[in-house]
Design a protein around this ligand. Structure first.
Ligand code: ANZ
Ligand code: ZN
Length: 785
């Protein structure tokens, strides 16, 4: 995941890009053609805020930051193909985003409708959610109002089903991320039920007006004792016209948040209206309430309330003294006490007339059918996922390529006039987007009638740019829509590495966008990322380290003091990739000691003169046991790098190998070549983590090619076989001797050797062996009496 050019790298970046670089370098050693690209997610609010504060144009601020951060990445030794670099604020990039938007507009995948925004009445501007602090504008401190404004939407809901079902085939993604995406998409199967609206005389409305609700529990229909509508629902608005108290309640609801997360904790409140509906099966009269927890944006903005079997409805009914009726009885011994709480589990129907005795599942079908027969209901599938509102009333973003003409309405910018370039020489007055008053940008001839028209001044949500940049890396200079044929060689991404905070929105939008591009015939396959590595966070004092957190957390300071290899090694050693961990400088000292030891082992070895070619037959035990250690390390690292994606254990096993090398006392010249081989393996295996010193050490060890162009060594299984193993022998749990046994000896042979060993033999005299325990490769215990 490419970074936002905030100014300087933080430790989270160091972790993410080092991990990616380790994968890159390992795969290269394995002979793959690897592309590791880098670019900049360059649009966004911080650049604008900096401009408002310091008067520097966002473009300049952004490009300065990019230059600095690029330098830091180069200093860290990331093996990036810089020829592919771009920033999303480059017109050559966002040109194609505008192009796709127009294509989608033609296809009906883009539409415009009113949506609520945060409005700052003093600054006369829309605020982003982050700019609203405790309900007030961050600069004006004025209470923020909700306003309806026309916004552009992308129809992601048209892909909801595919976005959901495809998850089942995505083996390379962590289960946790897939489940977050499933919940976000939120598929529910249920029934839409029409409740006829009654007029003031209590009769059915002559136009057969109905109140439609969505329920996932049609089996509870006979237990509905009232219906509730959202404060923005037409029935609520009509009731407010008739009753000022209802109007005041709606006003109050509109001042609080609509965020679904806040809904859960919201104190439930409602008000009865003078309206009634008729129960579609019993003909009973049910009151219509307005309730603050009913969302206008979900289902039909109305619910049938079943206080006996829905906890929220139960609490509401208790609060407002509404009837609670039981229609579901437990089938097992699940406790059910409607005096204490709702009974929400499925069960068997009671108090439901003809449906009594059916199970919840049977009743679902039967009631759905009964409603369908009366034309009062239909089965539907609902998604929690909403269409993607992409308009932002901000300056520093990709201009939306639309024109407003008084005569023709909204007219798309003709393809040949793309890109609509964002002016970069701007001055801010307050927080308002400079585009709104910039005549040179605003003024345009209508493409349809040629008359005076105005450009759209909203820009795209920056998630638009981050939804397809990875595909652009394959052909960063393509002058054809979005990508060119090179995308077929590279895409989809083999390994995507990034932060867990992007587990939902970014990844969902990117998946959606990829499908949009696929449907334009632009990219191969259905999904953009084969394998996904979700990083845990780097913490300091328990908080995410996203800002420079003192010297200990400033990568630049650490690079200056320790150098890139030490910083990289400490970062990889600290924790497995998916775990969050507390950063501390102590790890750097350990990493530095290890790299110094590797360095001096190599220097010491070469100072002893050239080792002869390896002659396995001539090795002493010292040599062959070192070989065994070297090849065990190689095999484990291969597995850790390639399959487990766990690099902390690679570092620790190379540390062990280096210790074994330092302890090895070569018995002859052949053993010296085993040392040479072990050093080469240590250097090569750790090179993806510490590429700089290993490059040098490789040459010192006689490497003729650069290490980056070398290959991962072939495994030598014969090095792993051990001629003999030493085992401890105990008698009644006390150590009485040690024996050498052939590595392939079976249990009987081992026991014979154990009993024959001199000291053990003595302790067995005049005793009966009651029990014989053999722990392979370790010990023999003889229980005697
Ligand atoms: C009656 C009922 C009885 C319900 C019962 C639940 C349990 P999911 O699963 O998330 O789709 N609902 C429907 N539209 C709503 C809205 N706009 N705002 C708030 N709540 C709404 O949830 C579906 C359930 O959420 C629906 O099923 C409805 O309550 C409620 F024993 O209908 B239920
Ligand atoms: Zn026109």
């Amino acid at each position: 995941m490419f970074p936002y050019p905030s100014g300087q790298l933080h430790m989270g970046h160091v972790r993410c890009y080092t991990l990616a670089d380790v994968i890159n370098r390992y795969r290269r050693l394995k002979g793959f053609n690897v592309m590791q690209p880098m670019g900049w997610d360059a649009f966004g609010l911080p650049a604008e805020n900096a401009a408002i504060k310091n008067g520097i144009p966002p473009a300049r601020w952004t490009h300065d930051n990019i230059a600095y951060m690029r330098g830091q990445m180069q200093r860290l030794g990331f093996g990036i193909d810089w020829s592919r670099e771009f920033a999303t604020c480059d017109p050559e990039y966002y040109h194609w985003e505008q192009w796709l938007f127009l294509k989608l507009y033609e296809k009906g995948m883009v539409y415009r409708k009113n949506a609520t925004v945060n409005w700052d009445p003093v600054d006369q501007t829309v605020l982003a959610n982050e700019q609203v602090v405790d309900g007030r504008g961050w600069r004006s401190d004025a209470p923020v109002e909700r306003r309806e404004m026309a916004q552009w939407f992308l129809k992601i809901t048209a892909y909801a089903e595919e976005l959901l079902t495809e998850l089942d085939n995505m083996d390379g993604w962590p289960e946790s991320v897939k489940s977050m995406q499933r919940n976000w998409i939120g598929r529910s199967e249920g029934v839409e039920i029409d409740f006829p609206v009654l007029n003031a005389e209590g009769a059915k409305d002559e136009n057969d007006a109905v109140l439609t609700v969505f329920t996932t529990r049609p089996d509870t229909l006979l237990g509905a004792t009232y219906v509730a509508v959202a404060p923005q629902h037409p029935l609520a608005l009509a009731a407010a016209e008739r009753n000022p108290e209802v109007a005041a309640f709606l006003e109050q609801c509109n001042q609080s948040t609509t965020a679904e997360a806040d809904m859960a904790t919201l104190e439930k409140a409602g008000m009865a209206t003078d309206a009634f509906v008729e129960h579609p099966l019993t003909g009973e009269r049910l009151p219509v309430w307005v309730a603050n927890f009913v969302l206008m944006e979900y289902g039909s903005g109305a619910v049938m309330s079943v206080p006996g079997h829905d906890q929220r409805d139960w609490e509401f009914a208790r609060k407002y003294d509404i009837d609670i009726v039981q229609v579901i009885a437990p089938v097992d011994d699940t406790p059910c006490d409607l005096e204490a709480e709702a009974f929400t589990a499925p069960g068997q129907l009671v108090n439901s007339g003809d449906f009594d005795g059916l199970t919840s599942a049977e009743a679902f079908a039967a009631i759905a059918q009964a409603l369908a027969e009366r034309s009062r209901g239909r089965r539907i599938t609902n998604y929690r996922l909403r269409d993607w509102g992409v308009s932002r009333q901000r300056y520093w973003g990709c201009p939306i390529p639309m024109i407003h003409c008084d005569k023709c309405g909204v007219v798309p910018v003709p393809e040949q006039d793309l890109p609509v370039v964002l002016p970069t020489e701007v001055e801010f007055e307050g927080v308002r987007s400079p585009l709104v008053t910039m005549e040179s940008f605003l003024h345009v001839a209508c493409p349809q009638c040629g008359g005076d028209a105005r450009r759209e001044t909203d820009t795209f949500d920056t998630f638009m740019e981050s939804s397809w940049y990875y595909a652009r890396f394959t052909s960063p200079d393509a002058n054809t829509p979005m990508v060119d044929e090179r995308v077929n060689y590279w895409a989809p991404v083999d390994h995507y590495v990034g932060g867990i905070e992007h587990a939902i929105l970014h990844l969902l939008y990117a998946r959606f966008y990829y499908k949009l591009m696929r449907d334009e015939g632009l990219v191969p396959g259905d999904e953009p990322f084969n394998r996904l590595l979700m990083l845990g966070m780097v913490l300091q004092d328990g908080k995410k380290m996203s800002k420079s957190a003192g010297d200990a957390g400033d990568p630049q300071k650490l690079l200056d003091k320790y150098g890139a290899d030490t910083v990289r090694t400490a970062m990889m050693f600290a924790a497995p990739p998916d775990q969050s961990f507390e950063w501390s400088e102590a790890g750097l000292e350990g990493a530095l000691r290890f790299l110094k030891k590797l360095w001096s082992q190599v220097q010491e070895h070469v100072a002893g003169g050239t080792a002869p070619a390896l002659d396995v037959a001539a090795l002493t035990e010292a040599g062959s046991s070192l070989r065994r250690k070297a090849y065990t390390t190689l095999a484990k690292a291969d597995d850790d790098y390639g399959r487990r994606i766990q690099f902390n254990t690679v570092v620790s096993s190379v540390m062990e190998l280096v210790n074994a090398i330092s302890k090895c006392e070569p018995g002859n010249d052949a053993d010296r070549s085993a040392v040479q081989e072990a050093l080469q393996i240590a250097v090569l295996v750790i090179s993806p983590v510490a590429p700089h010193i290993t490059h040098q050490l490789w040459q010192v060890l006689g490497g003729t090619d650069a290490l980056v162009t070398s290959r991962w060594p072939a495994m030598d299984d014969t090095a792993l076989t051990q001629a003999s193993i030493e085992m401890v022998v105990q008698v009644n749990g006390k150590v009485r001797g040690k024996i050498e046994v052939p590595a392939d000896a079976d249990q009987a042979v081992i026991l014979d050797l154990a009993k024959a060993s001199e000291n053990v033999h003595r302790h067995l005299q005049d005793k009966t062996v009651r029990k014989e325990i053999v722990v392979p490769n370790k010990l023999v215990n003889l229980v005697v009496s």
